[in-house]
Design a protein around this ligand. Sequence first.
Ligand code: DHB
Length: 388
Amino acid sequence: MRTQVGIVGAGPAGLMLSHLLHRAGIDSVIVENRSRAYCEARIRAGLIEQWAADMLVETGVGARMQRESMVHDGIHLNFGGGLHHIDFHKLVGKRVTIYGQQEVVKDLIARRLEDGTKILFEVEGTTLHDIGTAAPKIRFRHDGRADEIECDVIGGCDGFHGVSRPSIPSGVLTTYEREYPFGWLGILAQAQPVADELIYSYHRNGFSLYSMRSPSLVRYYLQCAPDEDPERWSDQQVWDELELRLSGVRVLPRGPVVEKIVAPMRSFVVEPMQHGRLFLAGDSAHIVPPTGAKGMNLAFADVRVLSKAIAAFYRSGATGLLDQYSQTCLRRVWKAQRFSWWMTRLFHLFPEETPFDRKRQLAELDYVASSAVAATSLAENYVGLPVE
Ligand code: DHB
């Protein structure tokens, strides 16, 4: 089959790219190796920067989010035995929206299908061809038959483990990477909220985070070993450890745990984010550690730039914006990398740490909580830096 833009991956990056292109009158086809049910159930963070929430609303896919999400003015920091509120709205005039990534994915899939965009789920053996030419192709098997998409541009939106990035010839990409000597044990539980807004907590046993998905569904995370087996933790042990680390807050309302996972922590960027007619967007090009929940927001920022560059290409035939895609995205990507790394370093215990580092971390938390200048920097980054 033939389309204008072939998209690999039906996560937030691929779906939003297709959506923005459709609004610009450009056709796309999406291939995805998982099932629709799998994509819609894949649980990730649930925090949307203000510009991204605005974009969902302005482009007509934000109605359910507006009804069901929670809008937060700020966050709480918990350290030294007490809560300290950082009020983003007061500091920078912006807010964040709490709405699960998988809910955004459900809304985007529904809209793509309504608009008549083809999403081929459960494809197998996807490979990319002729990406260095003006006629790239995506080959795969679907419903037991070999198939091919001929297109002008490929959006490589298939995540860290996808086929897009490895399709770029060796020697083209430079990788920048950092691994962290810990992971996050995350639970989703049917329990009452413990606070009105998220709590990022510093404790001698390690970091913990209180978040939420709805007034009756809470999300908690605990810093754990990088290779932790989530099944080694009974529900009671998780609650006890959360209560200990969030100490100074209050007794945690407990309830049935409906999911328990371990999330890896990695910082990763490839440069450039493009080769020929293949453009990487979202996790296929960069990974942030989860602290601050930048993953989906970064993916949206990438495809916003990419969709405008593709639209300019079809309008005038000029490739100027496409040529600059990587450079444009990477300036913001690196700032989000810096922020995610900073949040991670601020709250987590690192094995090589000395008592000096603990004192330094507590001083930094105290500085952020007591200085309007420091708090404003946190707020500006947390609600989302400007987008192109
Ligand atoms: C969530 C995850 C994060 O990493 C974070 O910083 C905030 C919230 C979440 O899953 O809700």
